[in-house]
Design a protein. Structure first.
Length: 306
C-alpha cells in the first residue's frame, strides 16, 4: 500500500475506506500512483476539512461511498448494454433521487469521499483551487450552482470576495451544504437558495465568477443552464465548468461522448475557452478511456467576452 504517512488526513480517510471496503485497495493504489508532493499536500488540506466535516460519522460516510460506487456500477451495466443513460428526464431524476432525502444524504456523503479517492475528482478540485480561484478579482461576486458538499464554497469563502450565492434543486443537499459550512467555521454571509438554474429569474451582468461542477450532466437542457450563467456574468467574467462524458450515474441524463464535443458545446453558448483539461477515470490513459467509452471529467474554464 502506498505510504501516506506524511499526509495524515489522507491516510485517515484511506484507512476508513479500507476498513469498510478492503477490496478497494488496488483501486486506491492506482489513484495515488505518481502523485507529486505538492498535489498531495493540497489534497491533504482538503482531506483535513473533510475529516472535520465528517467528525465522528466518518465511517458512515465511507459506507455511503461504497454504497454509491455500487449504485454507479448498476448504472454502468445499463450503459454498456444500451449505450445510453438509464434516466432520460429531470422528472425521473427528481422522483427517484432528488426528492428522496435519505438517498440524497447518502449520495452527498459518497461524493465527498470521492473527491479524495477518485483521481479525476481530486484533480478537478485542485484545478479549481490553483487555476480558477486566484483569477477572481478582489471584491468580485461569486455564484455556484449545485454546491453539494460545500468545499468549493468553503475555499471561495476564504478569499476577499464580494457577494456569494449558491443554488441547488434539493433541500436535503442544501442542508448538507449548510451543515458543512457550519462545521468548517464559515461565518461570512453566503446566500444558499433552492433554485433550478433552468428556471432561475434572469440575472444580468452581476457576477465576476460562476462555478457549475458535476451539474450539467443532470439536466435535460444544459445549454439553457450555461446561457443563464452567461447572462449572469459580467463581461470578462469567468466560469469553472466540470462535467463528465460517458459517465453513467443514478441521476445523469445528458450524455456527451467526446471531450471536443463538450468543448464545442461550451463555446456554442458564447464562452471563450481559457483552458481545458480532460481527466480520465482512475487507472486509465485518456486514449484508453475514450477507446473503451469510459468516464472522462472535462474541466473547462471559460470567459464571457468583454
Amino acid at each position: 500500500m502506498i505510504d501516506l504517512a506524511a499526509f495524515p488526513h489522507l491516510q485517515t480517510v484511506v484507512a476508513q475506506v479500507l476498513s469498510v471496503w478492503p477490496e478497494h485497495e488496488s483501486y486506491i493504489e492506482a489513484r495515488f500512483e505518481g502523485d507529486g508532493h505538492d498535489f498531495l499536500q493540497r489534497a491533504d488540506e482538503f482531506a483535513a476539512l473533510a475529516v472535520t466535516n465528517m467528525g465522528s460519522d466518518i465511517r458512515r460516510y465511507c459506507e455511503d461511498y461504497r454504497w454509491m460506487c455500487e449504485e454507479f456500477l448498476n448504472e454502468d451495466v445499463f450503459f454498456v448494454r444500451h449505450g445510453r443513460y438509464r434516466l432520460q428526464t429531470f422528472a425521473e431524476a427528481y422522483e427517484q433521487v432528488y426528492s428522496n432525502a435519505d438517498y440524497m444524504a447518502r449520495y452527498v456523503h459518497g461524493i465527498l469521499i470521492s473527491q479524495i479517492i477518485w483521481r479525476p475528482h481530486a484533480l478537478a478540485f485542485d484545478l479549481f483551487r490553483t487555476e480558477f480561484l486566484p483569477g477572481i478579482p478582489e471584491g468580485g461576486n461569486y455564484l455556484e450552482v449545485g454546491p453539494g458538499h460545500g468545499l468549493f464554497l468553503y475555499f471561495a469563502s476564504q478569499r476577499p470576495l464580494g457577494k456569494m450565492e449558491a443554488w441547488d434543486v434539493s433541500q436535503s443537499s442544501i442542508a448538507e451544504t449548510r451543515s458543512a459550512l457550519n462545521h468548517l467555521g464559515v461565518v461570512r454571509e453566503i446566500t444558499i437558495v433552492e433554485q433550478d438554474v433552468l428556471v432561475a429569474p434572469e440575472r444580468s451582468n452581476e457576477f465576476d465568477a460562476a462555478v457549475i461542477s458535476e451539474v450539467l450532466e443532470h439536466l435535460e437542457r444544459p445549454d439553457a443552464a450555461l446561457r443563464s450563467l452567461y447572462s449572469a456574468l459580467k463581461p470578462g467574467g469567468r466560469i469553472f465548468i466540470n462535467a463528465p462524458i460517458n459517465s453513467p450515474a443514478p441521476d445523469h441524463i445528458y450524455l456527451w461522448r467526446d471531450p471536443e464535443e463538450f468543448t464545442s458545446f461550451v463555446e456554442g453558448q458564447g464562452f471563450e475557452i481559457e483552458s481545458k483539461h480532460f481527466l480520465p477515470v482512475t487507472g486509465h490513459s485518456l486514449e484508453r478511456a475514450l477507446r473503451r467509452k469510459l468516464s472522462v471529467s472535462c474541466i473547462v474554464i471559460g470567459r464571457k467576452p468583454e
